[in-house]
Design a protein around this ligand. Structure first.
Ligand SMILES: O=C(O)CCC(=O)C(=O)O
Length: 386
């Protein structure tokens, strides 16, 4: 059943088309799309007004990003069950961790970064052949959300569906640079294996049987997408964001961040902490679907990206998502009389309409999906078996 509130806000927007069976299709962008890379390469001294964030959202860059913190590091070869205890602690404290000894070949990772750097160096006309629309978001994009007049982020991206196979559109995968398609496929296959391991770890670390969360996600019928983020140099980085604060709507995200150019910031209480990537590690964070499945034992955490005037930055975000047409709510083992189910069941197809139409909006979606404002003091999470 499609959530009526979601449909209402979506249909409020000018360019959406109601579809049979209550679903909606996001048809087109509300304004002509301008590539941020083009603005940056034109050598502007000031950024256009619709990239200037309201004061409350502007990053504080006065102290620079030197005080970056290393979020917890989990060694997947750890003798303690591959890091389950460390994962439990990192998820409760940060919602983020970095994984090392993850088994993904370094050469493949370097090739993946190189093909995407080469893609963004192509002439604009070649990239434009892959211009995306909000209907599926697949391809070359420069905004999230279809709100007319929205304040935009200082970044371009390329978005692809990797799974399920039926959603894959080979014509949307860049033919150039040579080897791009093959490299993306190999990278996706490896990241998929890694996410399957991580799901098992999350399951054990949240006190569940090892296969409980993987099964609740749809077994082998999961979804996976890749967003390659390209943040060009920005002449006024103190006024803009590369990517506005958001939590990820899906299951888990495995991020390959540029270890030479910092930019990712994670919310810790009322502070933004700049992440110092560990060389050769991936940054992992839990998304809203894990928060929902675990009945908020694990919480997705807001993060955002700051840009800078000296260097461009590239990141590869691999999103591992549940089977998209299956209604999902908290798993029964984590629902008790003291801690009733905090979220109604919803399919991921319905859930992700929010970010696709509204763009990144902090944690507002998962909060609005919650049945209670906050847990009663007596409602404590069940004991975690780490
Ligand atoms: O570029 C980054 O460091 C973070 C990207 C991200 O949060 C996303 O793609 O959702």
């Amino acid at each position: 059943m499609v959530d009526q509130q979601l449909i209402r806000f979506t249909l409020d927007r000018a360019r959406v088309k109601p579809e049979p069976m209550g679903s909606v299709q996001l048809v087109d962008w509300p304004e002509p799309v301008v590539r941020v890379q083009t603005l940056s390469e034109n050598g502007l001294a000031t950024i256009p007004a619709h990239y200037i964030k309201p004061h409350a959202d502007r990053p504080s860059l006065s102290a620079g990003l030197d005080g970056a913190a290393s979020i917890p590091v989990v060694d997947l070869e750890d003798s303690d069950g591959g890091g389950a205890a460390a994962v439990a602690e990192a998820c409760r404290e940060w919602g983020f961790f970095q994984v090392v000894n993850h088994g993904v070949d370094r050469g493949l990772v370097e090739r993946a970064v190189e093909v995407w750097r080469a893609f963004f160096r192509l002439p604009l006309e070649e990239k434009q052949a892959y211009a995306n629309s909000p209907a599926t978001y697949e391809g070359y994009g420069s905004r999230l959300g279809i709100d007319k007049g929205a304040i935009l982020d200082w970044g371009d991206y390329f978005f692809l569906h990797l799974l399920p196979e039926k959603l894959k559109s080979p014509e949307k995968w860049p033919a150039m640079p040579t080897h791009c398609r093959q490299t993306v496929q190999e990278y996706g296959d490896e990241l998929l294996k890694l996410c399957k391991r991580l799901m098992k770890l999350l399951s054990i670390s949240s006190g569940l049987d090892v296969d409980r969360l993987p099964e609740a996600f749809g077994g082998d019928d999961v979804g996976a997408t890749l967003r390659v983020n390209y943040y060009p140099k920005c002449p006024q980085p103190e006024l803009a964001l590369g990517l506005s604060a958001h939590s990820d709507p899906g299951g888990i995200t495995v991020l390959l961040a540029d270890d030479a150019v910092k930019g990712l910031q994670v919310r810790k209480g009322d502070r933004w902490v700049t992440v110092q990537p560990v060389p050769c590690a991936f940054i992992v964070n839990v998304g809203d679907q894990i928060q929902i499945l675990t009945n908020a034992i694990y919480k997705s955490v807001e993060h955002r990206v700051v840009v800078n005037a000296e260097k461009e930055r590239l990141s590869l975000a691999f999103f591992y998502n549940p089977k998209s047409d299956m209604a999902m709510g908290p798993v029964a083992e984590l629902v008790t009389a003291d801690r009733p189910a905090m979220y109604p069941a919803m399919t991921f197809d319905e859930y992700r309409l929010f970010i696709r139409s509204k763009g990144p909006k902090g944690k507002s979606q998962v909060k609005s999906h919650q049945k209670y404002d906050s847990l009663r003091p007596t409602m404590q999470p069940p004991c975690i078996r780490a």
